[in-house]
Unconditional design. Structure first.
Length: 140
């Protein structure tokens, strides 16, 4: 995929802290919103995942804050899946103001949990390949 998947979000006043900055926990919400938006755009629904007996799990998240975000700022939240083989995958995301200023980078490690066995699926890439109608959104 030449361009990362992206969704636009407007920072709402109730998401800010006492200094007027976007609250740190909300960055994770924005990243999660972009990930689920990508899945939806790729034709992968929560009900299909559950029907398949799997669910996505977050194993690790790192946020690198670069510039402040304030109420009213519009940002684009990108999402790129990185497949390294094995049971896990990385999701690389950026949160960028519409003027191009990088506000934060979010890097996550995820997997697909077998809901019965309570273990990670051996190859989550194959499951997503089977479920998606738009494989390029996953970098396939």
């Amino acid at each position: 995929m030449s361009e990362p998947y992206s969704v636009r979000v407007t920072v709402r006043g109730y998401e800010t802290d006492v200094q007027g900055h976007l609250n740190q926990a909300v960055y994770i919400n924005y990243a999660e919103h972009a990930r689920w938006s990508l899945l939806q755009a790729a034709g992968v629904t929560q009900s299909e995942l559950i029907g398949r007996g799997v669910g996505p799990v977050g194993l690790e998240t790192t946020i690198r804050y670069k510039r402040e975000l304030l109420a009213g700022d519009e940002v684009d939240v990108t999402c790129v899946f990185e497949w390294n083989g094995g049971k896990t995958f990385r999701i690389l995301q950026s949160i960028t103001k519409v003027d191009g200023t990088l506000a934060a980078e979010v890097e996550s490690v995820g997997g697909l949990l077998d809901l019965k066995a309570r273990r990670l699926v051996a190859d989550p890439r194959e499951v997503f390949k089977e479920l998606t109608s738009t494989p390029d959104l996953f970098g396939f």
